[in-house]
Design a protein around this ligand. Sequence first.
Ligand SMILES: *Cc1c(COP(=O)(O)O)cnc(C)c1O
Length: 366
Amino acid sequence: MRRGGSHSVYNFSSGPAALPAPVMQRARDEFLNFAGTRLSIVETGHRTGAFSAVVAQADADMRALLGLGDDYAVIFLQGGATLQFLMTALNLARDGQHCAYLDTGYWSGKAIATAREVRPVDVVASGAAGGYTQVPSADAWQSFDAAAYLHYTPNETIDGLEFDFVPDTGKVPLVADMSSTILSRPIPVERFGLIYAGAQKNLGPAGLAVVIVRRDLAERAAADVPSQLTYRAHIAAGSLLNTPPTFTWWLVGMTLAWVREQGGLEEMDRRAIARSRIVYAAIDESGGFYVNRINRAQRSRMNIPFGISDDRLESHFLAAAEEAGLKQLAGHRSKGGLRASLYNAMPVAGAEALAAFMRDFAKRNG
Ligand SMILES: *Cc1c(COP(=O)(O)O)cnc(C)c1O
């Protein structure tokens, strides 16, 4: 993204992440005059007509992008993806039912640990022994026919591992944490019982999570689940059970509109493939200077963790990249190394700039 000055700045943050430049420019231009009201969005009531229009449009755009029918509800909630680790288990499993999980990396591990606080959990397959470098093959998963649902993380944001298939669960509802992959490709939405995502990667700034849930599943919560933690209460309240983060919601709405204007999920998919190929090529063609250990068919298109084989060079790499306007390339604090996140808002030119920098850095330091 171009931001003033004489050269471009590209933001590779894993989240809160880069937003489309036109969205931020519009937010700046309309900040003091929201929807022609001569008030700012941040001082406008959440039950006004002007804000209700934002809510309705965001709902309509999300439905259009994913091709959602009336049998799905779209909810915007606070508490991030993390609260959804809890709410999915509380709402979907009742009467001693077990919940089935695929353990494929850092975030599925967090989801499992949280669900275990409230419900019996079966981990039906784990990639831990292989260092989470590939998705355990579906033939080796334990059976989960009696489970309340199967939960998986289609894109492991920190590990850089992305499923190259949608799990087949038969009649068992499929639940997906799509925080770092939502709206980056078309999906067969009818195969999912529930999808959730924190906003701050592909949807907007931090402060909201979106939950897309089949209405019959949203009704499942047992009577002893506190109502504030039930999907049905949030659906009944139109996601306005309490004061929402109106500013975030406004930007999420603009981001959804931007995705539609750009050509929808097919176009996001095309760009994701283009960007990630460019960066993986710079790793693979470096003669071992850069390393990424993920199974090739399941390398993430959104988050590319990599290292330098001589890891003493990594801090030098980060400083030089920063100097070149390539920002926030440090790996997750739990893992170290480097990571390039390439969400929807990252232009293909950003991936090209990073790859060129990497080649040059390797030449000078190899
Ligand atoms: C970022 C992320 C989370 C955590 O999201 P919060 O909104 O901070 O709770 C959970 N799951 C995945 C896959 C993520 O990428």
